[in-house]
Design a protein around this ligand. Structure first.
Ligand SMILES: NC(=O)c1ccc[n+]([C@@H]2O[C@H](COP(=O)([O-])OP(=O)(O)OC[C@H]3O[C@@H](n4cnc5c(N)ncnc54)[C@H](O)[C@@H]3O)[C@@H](O)[C@H]2O)c1
Length: 332
């Protein structure tokens, strides 16, 4: 690569929820970006917002397979690889658990090999799910987790744990510079309306006047990070000057119960929608709150969008999608 060439950035999973925001921001900053995605959980409308933008290339491909030539032929120009490729919502990653596991292990391996060949820096989006149903609260990076390796979520949780192990092995062997983000619940526009994640579920139910479903008694807690804050954190982490072999928690430490979240969504809708309780899914974590001290100290990052503001923006976005009928009937 010529010295004056700023190179290219590869974003695997760039047509998904977080990926589409990340790609847009990287393009805004003047980068050339290749988005590699198998379109498994991507929304076509996310991709439409990116197509045609200067510097953007879309390559359809599955990272569990050898990477397409349309990507590898740019190896001498790729300087950064973000790996966001993996269905993130439980109903979606449980549809084909074998593929979810292979995406995390084999897919991450393919991208790490490309990083090694290209001399590119590699960022893995891991997850708070590596902590399982945590006994330590809030969750610090040093906590090793309480995860079932036999349950229905294991394809994702254990897949991500294996992906972290592989990523740090590459770094320890001096084969690639790596960064590992442990992402906690993130929400915002471009989410799939019917993928079973709590924020999109509640908003779509409220908008369509259907009953609001709460799993369990609603006392389980979560902490929600708005997507623009997450994208900012991912870019800071990628550009972090340290090669420390440490994962970094990224999320919003503002913790609330799912019941409280539902009340906020109902208040936004202005309707008196009934709340209906359903059984808790197996292995659902009871508490989730990131300790983000490391991200604050090392990346100078903390979330800036509060929940009321982020929820209102997300609600308005879903309302617009519904008005333009981009939300499938079963979700609305
Ligand atoms: N959104 C969250 O709250 C959250 C929380 C923790 C971790 N994460 C992680 O962040 C990343 C992005 O999450 P998201 O919410 O944007 O999910 P998403 O499902 O919206 O996006 C994932 C993207 O990856 C693509 N993909 C899946 N498997 C692939 C494969 N084998 N090959 C190529 N492309 C593939 C999908 O088509 C989709 O476009 C995921 O790795 C997820 O595990 C997200």
């Amino acid at each position: 690569m010529a010295r004056s060439d700023p190179g290219m950035i590869l974003v695997a999973g760039g047509a998904g929820f977080i990926g589409s925001h990340l790609v847009a921001r990287l393009l805004d900053e003047g980068n050339e970006v290749i988005c590699l995605d198998n379109l498994q959980t991507a929304r076509p409308s996310n991709l439409k917002l990116l197509e045609g933008r200067p510097g953007f290339t879309f390559v359809e491909g599955d990272i569990t397979l050898p990477l397409p030539d349309a990507v590898t032929r740019h190896a001498d120009r790729i300087t950064r690889i973000y790996n966001l490729a993996c269905a993130a919502s439980p109903p979606q990653y449980q549809v084909d658990p074998e593929h979810t596991m292979l995406t995390n292990v084999v897919g991450t391996h393919h991208l790490l090999r490309l990083a090694e060949r290209a001399g590119a820096r590699f960022l893995l989006t891991s997850t708070s799910e590596v902590y399982g149903d945590p006994e330590v609260h809030p969750q610090v990076e040093g906590y090793r987790g309480w995860v079932s390796c036999t349950g229905p979520r294991a394809c994702y949780d254990e897949g991500k744990r294996a992906a972290e192990a592989l990523t740090f092995d590459y770094a320890r062997a001096g084969r690639a510079q790596v960064r590992v983000a442990r992402i906690f619940n993130t929400y915002g526009p471009h989410m799939h309306p019917d993928d079973g994640r709590v924020v999109s579920n509640l908003i779509c139910q409220a908008l369509s006047g259907r009953d609001i479903t709460i799993y369990g008694d609603g006392s389980q807690t979560r902490s929600f990070c708005y997507v623009s804050d997450m994208v900012d954190a991912l870019i800071r982490l990628m550009e972090w000057r340290s090669d420390a072999l440490e994962p970094v928690n990224l999320g919003n430490p503002n913790e609330l119960t799912v019941g409280e979240l539902a009340e906020q969504v109902v208040a936004l809708s202005g309707a008196r929608t009934p709340l209906v309780h359903r059984p808790l899914p197996q292995d659902d974590p009871r508490r989730r709150r990131p300790d983000i001290s490391r991200a604050q100290a090392e990346l100078g990052w903390r979330p800036t969008v509060d929940l009321a503001e982020g929820l209102a923006t997300t609600y308005a976005w879903f309302a617009q999608e519904l008005a333009e009928e981009r939300v499938p009937a079963e979700a609305a």
